[in-house]
Design a protein around this ligand. Structure first.
Ligand SMILES: Cc1ncc(COP(=O)(O)O)c(C=O)c1O
Length: 416
């Protein structure tokens, strides 16, 4: 096999932000201005996300977890209503359901892509029907790694069962899904889902420090999300219920006055964060292209390590803006363990991470729902390891990571 010396360079984390001088200037400008929060940078960032996704509305918020929580709140679930969530995701996707009093039905995933596809959604629906509990009201597909499952097929199945579809696109800003007519459409365009949630944590393609958003084409949902983001407060005359308190003698709303028709949160995001997000959004195409270039190089360089090491399965229904670069590794076949490989990679200056421990295995969920066996999630989890991927990497960094992996796996991977 081709050998490349794992030359020691700066430590490569599995993911990190790429902040440039114009990003810093954009943030500085806000810091010198009048608005640190609820100002024009928030609206401008929301507008940029509408343009990038094609959605009618964007509600920016504190982080991706808040986005999921807001979306779950806006569904108006009754206590005990059930929501199908793939188990291979970050905790927050499932937790959003529990935080609003719903119950999670964990779906399995395709063992080679980690995605919940139609067979896994079908199985989860059948399992829910065979288990006592509240009605299944919604499904939260996850665009894991930046790849999306077959969204039109999932949406059709959700529609047949009367489920609201909310997709978690924390990994997938800039990704495109294959629409039924074969065209590629931006994730978050609101055509097939009621709401799409995003995260702008520093390891994501677009970094805001902390940041999130919900996109939707539904005017009512957008308004509701906006209210829930800010304490449930309203200020418009038409909304006022306390006629005795709201109005001045001339019939206008008192200038200090606000009302809270329903309870909400402070999930706002600052103008400081949005200035960074807006500056980063201008680079979305460049960052996405660089991530694709790096992922393609990984694919080519890793071919030498097959069959012990394989890239995850590619979804034909997706044009991914890769957020992470996970592999499937036969650790037992290499005569080693994942922990050992991670330690050796770290010693060689290469960060790695596992995305994800299936959420149904978390103690909280085991206590609540017992021991589920989801064989696809188990097979994916046992083999997965993510190597460094971020827009600031060079192709030579990919070569370094692959060489370090080959060494970490030992002779079975062709390194004798
Ligand atoms: C799939 C998924 N959903 C939701 C979140 C939550 O996003 P945040 O970290 O911005 O709260 C993450 C974060 O890593 C994620 O990976």
């Amino acid at each position: 096999m081709r050998k490349i010396a794992p030359s020691q360079g700066p430590f490569l984390p599995y993911g990190r932000q790429l902040i440039e001088e114009d990003d810093i200037a954009a943030v500085t400008e806000v810091l010198r201005g009048d608005w640190l929060t609820t100002g024009p940078a928030v609206a401008a960032f929301e507008q940029a996300l509408c343009e990038a996704t094609g959605a009618r509305h964007t509600v920016a918020c504190a982080n991706g977890t808040a986005a999921l929580h807001l979306a779950a709140l806006a569904l108006d679930l009754d206590p005990g209503d059930r929501v199908i969530v793939p188990s291979v995701t970050f905790l927050a996707t499932a937790n959003a359901v529990r935080l609003v009093g719903g119950e999670v039905v964990f779906a399995d995933c395709d063992a080679d892509s980690g995605l919940m596809e139609v067979p896994q959604l079908t199985e989860a629906l059948e399992r829910a029907a065979a288990t006592p509990g509240g009605p299944v009201k919604a499904v939260f597909p996850v665009h894991l790694t930046g790849q999306c499952a077959d969204l039109p097929a999932l949406a059709a199945l959700a529609g047949e069962h009367g489920l609201t579809l909310v997709d978690d696109a924390a990994h997938a800003i800039g990704s495109r899904y294959r629409a039924a007519d074969g065209s590629a459409k931006p994730i978050g365009d609101g055509r097939l889902s009621a709401m799409t949630t995003f995260s702008f944590h520093p390891v994501k393609t677009i970094a805001m420090g902390e940041g999130g958003a919900v996109t939707t084409n539904d005017d009512g949902l957008a308004r509701r999300l906006g209210l829930l983001r800010s304490h449930g407060m309203v200020r418009e005359a038409a909304e006022m219920q306390n006629g005795d308190l709201a109005f001045d003698a001339d019939g206008s709303v008192n200038p200090w006055y606000y009302e809270m028709p329903e309870i909400g949160l402070n999930y706002r995001v600052t103008d400081i964060q949005c200035a960074l997000g807006l500056s980063q959004m201008k680079k979305l195409a460049r960052f996405t292209a660089q991530r694709r270039r790096l992922a393609d190089r990984y694919d080519r360089q890793l071919a030498d390590l097959a069959p012990l090491v394989r890239p995850i399965a590619r979804s034909a229904a997706s044009e991914a803006a890769w957020h992470i670069y996970p592999l499937l590794i036969d650790f037992a076949g290499a005569g080693t363990s994942r922990a050992q490989v991670m330690a050796r990679l770290k010693a060689a200056g290469i960060g790695s991470q596992v995305h994800y421990i299936p959420v149904h295995l978390q103690p909280y969920y085991r206590q609540r729902y017992g021991n589920l066996d989801l064989p696809g999630a188990r097979a994916y989890y046992e083999r997965t390891l993510s190597l460094p991927l971020f827009a600031g990497m060079e192709e030579s960094d990919v070569d370094r990571a692959v060489a370090a992996l080959a060494q970490a796996l030992g002779p079975a991977a062709g390194q004798g």
